[in-house]
Design a protein around this ligand. Structure first.
Ligand code: GLN
Length: 476
């Protein structure tokens, strides 16, 4: 991104040309990839023209003024259709911008459009989108991951230099891993959720997706920071881009949780992650085996809580203010018909599960129990960070799977095996490419850092990035 900023500054390229190039790449590739639900050609070009004007007057809003961005379609954009990947909201236009969108616009970034996702961010493959599956730019017979599959694929296919995603149980990191890009799930509370359509408010975070660690750090610096409009936003200081220092890994204590290298982990994924670990060791890091036994319960705990919170959050979609109405004689029938027609099967499944675990007779056995286990997982992660500075694991058990391969929802849920713990404990976690499998598919490595340790995580990621060979096979 520094290069693009430099070119813009030197007047060698304009923001309008940049946007034009992205739009051309989108029109060339998106018929196949399907990363976008809405492309805002006119809006993006207008914003780019304004950026060029500001620059001509010497009034740029940030060094990144004029560099376009793509936004996941569960993040509200004023007047620009925000569907959440759902039929129910296919014509919904928000009346305000999410704080993160406001901040990006405040830095002068034109918005290219809204990217595809599993309906209401429930899923790991974008196969649950009402707008069709997003295909993996490395192999279009495979998924891009999810739920932020559109954002990951757009970045990988060169349609957008960077993008925003959201991550509740892995939805930034898993697609980043499948598409060979960098994605960060920030510390809970570090980025405002105001205007982000909630899946599970106690877990959701917005984060950056980009081609390099530095680009992800830059995008993160533009969105991080306190927001009085989000009650769960912490008063953390804004994030400033660090001075990169490869020496940070000297003496760095790297925890390697054995439970994340369990059976079910593909050998090539394990091999690539272990190679990256060895390289860190050669550069002075101290590897420390560590146990996070609670991870065994992470998926069950996550699913119980995510369905409970989702069933409650999705109550507002009833055809009255939100969601397309199916007219009926009385209001109860209207609610039922509208919800029945609007929601897809995965959303319905989760609403039913969530309603069940919150029902008076099962609340204690499921919801309360899951909260207790969440606390234990949190404590265990906190104890781990007393012993080590970062934790390194694979991001996902496998590389991108085939479209249609995971028919059983339980199998799909297992995609979050290594990612849900960061959401449950609130810590930050980043995925970056650490190699390619024998089929040319990207492999992701996850670096977890303690609360508000994004800077350290980025620093370590930058060192890992520098030591990884580029894949032989590129994306489209
Ligand atoms: N795959 C997870 C799920 O389906 C993650 C979703 C997310 O992070 N938004 O719940």
């Amino acid at each position: 991104m520094r290069q693009l900023a430099q070119l813009l500054k030197a007047g060698e390229i304009s923001s309008q040309e940049l946007v034009q190039r992205c739009l051309e790449q989108i029109s060339k590739t998106d018929g196949e990839i399907n990363a976008f639900i809405t492309v805002d050609e006119q809006g993006a070009l207008e914003q780019a023209a304004q950026s060029d004007e500001r620059r001509a007057k010497g009034q740029t809003l940030s060094p990144w003024d004029g560099i376009p961005v793509a936004i996941k379609d569960n993040i509200s954009t004023l007047g620009l259709r925000t569907t959440c990947g759902s039929r129910f909201l296919r014509n919904y236009r928000p009346v305000y911008d999410a704080t993160v969108v406001e901040r990006l616009q405040g830095a002068g970034l034109p918005i290219l459009g809204k990217t595809n996702l599993d309906e209401f961010a429930m899923g790991s493959s974008t196969e649950y989108s009402a707008f069709g599956v997003t295909k993996n730019p490395y192999d279009t017979s495979r998924v891009a991951g999810g739920s932020s599959g559109g954002s990951a694929a757009a970045v990988a296919a060169g349609q957008a230099p960077w993008a925003l995603g959201t991550d509740t149980g892995g939805s930034i990191r898993q697609p980043a891993s499948f598409c060979g890009v960098v994605g960060l799930k920030p510390t809970y509370g570090r980025v405002s959720r105001y205007g982000v359509v909630a899946l599970a408010p106690s877990l959701d975070q917005v984060g950056p997706m980009a081609r390099t660690v530095e680009d992800a750090a830059i995008l993160f610096s533009l969105i991080a920071g306190a927001d009085p409009r989000d009650a769960t936003s912490t008063g953390s200081p804004p994030f400033a881009l660090p001075r990169w220092d490869p020496e940070v890994v000297r003496g760095l204590r790297v925890g390697v949780p054995e439970e994340f290298f369990s059976s079910g982990l593909h050998a090539e994924v394990e091999g690539a992650v272990r190679r990256a670990l060895r390289r860190l060791e050669e550069q002075g890091a101290v590897l420390q085996p560590i146990s996070l036994a609670g991870n065994e319960y992470a998926i069950d705990t996550y699913l119980t809580l995510v369905t409970a919170e989702a069933s409650s959050c999705l109550a507002r979609f009833d055809g009255v203010r939100y969601g397309e109405r199916v007219p009926a004689a009385d209001s109860n029938t209207m609610f039922a018909k509208s919800r029945g027609a609007g929601f897809g099967p995965e959303v319905k499944r989760r609403i039913m599960l969530g309603t069940y675990v919150l029902s008076a007779s099962h609340y204690e056995a499921y919801y309360e129990q899951a909260q207790r286990v969440r606390t234990l997982i949190k404590l265990e992660v906190a104890r781990a960070f007393e012993q080590v500075d970062v934790l390194i694991t694979p991001t996902t058990p496998s590389t991108a799977f085939r479209i249609g391969e995971k028919r059983n929802p339980l199998e799909m849920y297992l995609s979050d095996l290594y990612t849900a713990t960061a959401n449950l404990s609130g810590v930050c976690a980043l995925s970056l490419p650490c190699g390619w499998d024998s089929q040319g598919l990207p492999i992701g490595l996850q670096i977890m850092g303690n609360h508000f340790q994004e800077e350290l995580v980025f620093q370590v990621a930058r060192v890992v990035e520098a030591s990884v060979e580029r894949g032989a096979k590129g994306a489209v």
